[in-house]
Design a protein. Structure first.
Length: 339
């Protein structure tokens, strides 16, 4: 493991994603501490990366590793390798989990989220919109990455449908096993940039990680009867990309719930968000009220009915999963709303 006392390479620290946003958080009495980036999160331990190399972090007694995400920046004592504190995150990908008040952390300080889907039965607009809402809420830039287009007769149709899911959404079609994928995704894979991958199992996320980083992750096949993949990635981890930057792979998620995603949903359905102020009632549900500008747009063909239906479903689910403050003033606690 690395001797943090030898960590002096500020250029390499920048390549890890260190910016003024994080440097400005270091106080005068913390300048002797060394910044490290969380590379793996395990049940009872954390591993990190410093400019000098890998670091095995010593955790304070009682540390809950579930409060850390791959991509986090932490300050570490160079003599003992004790983790001292986590720095404020610039972005955070997280999702609600059934039966838990706190969300599950997916990745931190991510610049771009590659939402990976394949041109087969996995392509599901409603599910892809959930990933887009998560990316929007986190403050990351979403990019839709289509794989396995070589296995269908009209890959362009999938790309057009994906592009219509959100205004100004970048859509890239790649062969995950080809070196050409590196060139296609290079605009988002520059030194100092951090990419995360999200999508269902079997769509080629691990294959893309292998191609972009040269890593050798195990990849699985796809069941022939339904085009659904087998889980191949079971933990989140940070990988260096051959052309610079860092990439975080995540386990496949087939059922992504939304909660606390209000701003992300507003961005996703910008055409509905922009029409809503024109409705007669400020709390219009766009369902039955008179003078609804959104339903008028559907009637005129300006807005697709399926989009409105999916907006309504996501909005209702988001309201049901969004945490609320409850209890007397001065002693409020956060809890999920009752169903």
């Amino acid at each position: 493991m690395t001797n943090l006392g030898q960590e002096t390479n500020l250029g390499q620290r920048a390549n890890l994603g260190w910016t003024d946003f994080f440097a400005d958080q270091v106080t005068d009495d913390e300048t002797h501490l060394v910044p490290c980036r969380i590379a793996q999160v395990h049940r009872a331990r954390l591993s990190g990366l410093s400019a000098a190399g890998p670091v095995r972090l010593n955790l304070p007694v009682g540390t809950n590793t579930g409060e850390y995400a791959v991509g986090d920046w932490v300050l570490v004592d160079p003599q003992t390798q004790d983790l001292c504190r986590r720095l404020e995150r610039r972005t955070l990908l997280q999702r609600p989990v059934d039966g838990q008040v706190l969300p599950q952390l997916a990745a931190a300080n991510v610049d771009t989220l590659f939402i990976v889907t394949s041109c087969n039965a996995d392509f599901n607009p409603a599910r892809l919109e959930r990933y887009l809402a998560m990316a929007n809420e986190a403050g990351t830039t979403p990019v839709m990455v289509l794989t396995k287009a070589d296995l269908v007769t009209d890959g362009r149709a999938y790309a057009d449908e994906a592009a219509a899911l959100q205004r100004d959404l970048a859509v890239v079609t790649v062969n995950g096993r080809s070196a050409e994928a590196i060139a296609a995704l290079m605009p988002w894979c520059q030194p100092g940039q951090t990419i995360a991958l999200a999508g269902s199992s079997g769509v080629g996320k691990s294959t893309l990680v292998n191609t972009l980083s040269g890593a050798d992750q195990v990849t699985g096949g796809v069941r022939e009867h339904d085009d659904k993949g087998r889980h191949t990635t079971t933990a989140r981890s940070l990988h260096a990309m051959a052309g610079g930057g860092w990439i975080i792979d995540t386990p496949g998620i087939r059922n992504l719930h939304v909660g606390n995603f209000t701003a992300g949903i507003d961005t996703l359905f910008a055409e509905i968000t922009e029409l809503a102020p024109q409705c007669k009632f400020s709390d219009c549900s766009h369902d039955h009220e008179p003078g609804c500008a959104v339903r008028a747009a559907v009637a005129s063909g300006e807005l697709d009915q399926d989009r409105l239906t999916r907006w309504r479903k996501l909005s209702e689910e988001n309201a049901g999963n969004t945490q609320v403050l409850t209890g007397p003033r001065g002693n409020r606690t956060t809890q999920r709303p009752r169903r």
